[in-house]
Design a binder for this molecule. Sequence first.
Ligand code: TYD
Length: 214
Amino acid sequence: MTQGLFISFEGIDGAGKSSHIEALAAAFRAQGRAVTVSREPGGTPLAEKLRDMVLHEPMDALTESLLIFAARRDHLRCVIEPALARGDVVLCDRFTDATFAYQGAGRGFDAKVLSILELMVQTGIAPEADLMREPDLTVWFDLAPEVAAERLAGARVPDRFEAQPLEFFRRVAQGYADRAAAAPRRFVRLDAAQSRDRVWQQLFSVFTAKGWLK
Ligand code: TYD
């Protein structure tokens, strides 16, 4: 049976990951793979309700982290693990690296507590009892916060994160850089300041180099 593949996509708001996720899904499907596209927070009816709260209701960083991890647990249990068990390619718009970047680095919340939650939430659902589920690959769309802010300006009504000042996104960007440095084999960094076509070419070549796309 085909082995499932779990890929997450990360970057600060405005880095431009969404259109590439759709294109990648189409490329996998064209080559006969079943694809599950999802996002965090969200991806199940319960997790989407939690997303709505997290993006719009005022709350402190601990409450925010607990709700995001609760959403993640439901998402893993109801969508991600079943999809991987079927052999799907799972393309997830953000996962736990976002929590370390936004709640940890951005809001200044204790990364040790996040690591405990990560272990609790991501263990015990996969068939391998002691496996902590993590993406097989994380594509990081790296973009200077100033450029991202320009791209987002006037695009839509900002949510609680998009409304944050530039300084917040500088910390988030550093949070991603730290996560990438700590897991260099899982992370691939793309320079998201390049043209969309160029980013797509590089993204596609990452997947062909791994033998996942032809
Ligand atoms: P995003 O993924 O950018 O979706 P959209 O393109 O619809 O805006 O929005 C999700 C927001 O949630 C984003 O600002 C980052 C934030 N977020 C966290 O703060 N922590 C997390 O763990 C995750 C997954 C997202």
